[in-house]
Design a protein around this ligand. Structure first.
Ligand code: SAH
Length: 212
């Protein structure tokens, strides 16, 4: 299979909706087929999520594009990602920012993603295993925060880790369907935009859902 041709075709399909050229270029540089289980490689450029084991999924490429664009990255930012999963979204972020701290609660997934990202040569990614407190306080504040699991509400503890002027994207809703929110943090109040419906696996923890 010609993965490069499939990747180019997928990105071409995004052009009408995704205006940020840099985001499209970043997606063109990341081989999604290396982030899915071997038996699913032939599906890597279908625009849909795929199972990655441990009950989790790699996000749909179009959703990765929308979320990444919403962060308005210019190449210098310090970014926090909650929910490393396969590490695919992490790689796209690393293409567009200075440093990505990514946090994953399932150690097996965190370690597999770390290996994968090392093999691909990324030097600006730090993979951490999640602690009970949401996010990664030690490196705060972040210029951008992306949550790739569904939250019941916007966790205050996460907003506190965002710099003034920073952007956060997070799916918020029920366990089964959510809306994607973009939050811009201002000094006095936050600006919130609804980017539309989406469906993610649950964000688990004290500030989110209980494990099922
Ligand atoms: N961006 C990933 C999507 C992974 S699915 C990808 O494209 O592959 C969401 C991930 O969030 C799952 O791996 C899940 O284990 C993780 N997760 C859920 N709750 C979390 C929490 N509180 N902290 C860190 N990771 C969490």
């Amino acid at each position: 299979m010609d993965y490069e041709a499939a990747r180019t075709a997928l990105v071409n399909d995004f052009k009408a909706q995704i205006g940020d050229e840099q985001v499209l270029k970043a997606i063109l540089r990341v081989p999604r087929e290396l982030f899915v289980p071997p038996e699913e490689k032939h599906l890597a450029y279908e625009d849909r999520p795929l199972p990655i084991g441990m009950g989790q999924t790699i996000s749909q490429p179009y959703i990765v594009a929308i979320m990444t664009e919403a962060l308005e990255l210019t190449g210098r930012e310090k970014v926090l990602e909650i929910g490393t999963g396969s590490g695919y979204q992490t790689a796209v972020l690393a293409e567009l920012s200075g440093l990505v701290i990514t946090v994953e609660r399932i150690p097996e997934l965190a370690l597999a993603a770390k290996d994968r990202l090392n093999v691909l040569g990324y030097k600006n990614i730090i993979v951490q295993i999640a602690e009970p407190d949401i996010g990664w306080q030690a490196e705060a504040p972040y210029d951008a925060i992306i949550v790739t699991a569904a939250a019941p509400f916007i966790p205050e503890k996460l907003l506190a880790q965002l710099a003034i002027g920073g952007r956060m994207v997070i799916p918020v809703g029920s366990r089964y369907e959510q809306d994607l929110y973009k939050v811009i943090k201002h000094k006095d109040k936050n600006e919130i935009h609804n980017l539309g419906g989406c469906r993610f696996v649950s964000l688990i923890g004290e500030d989110a859902w209980d494990e099922e």
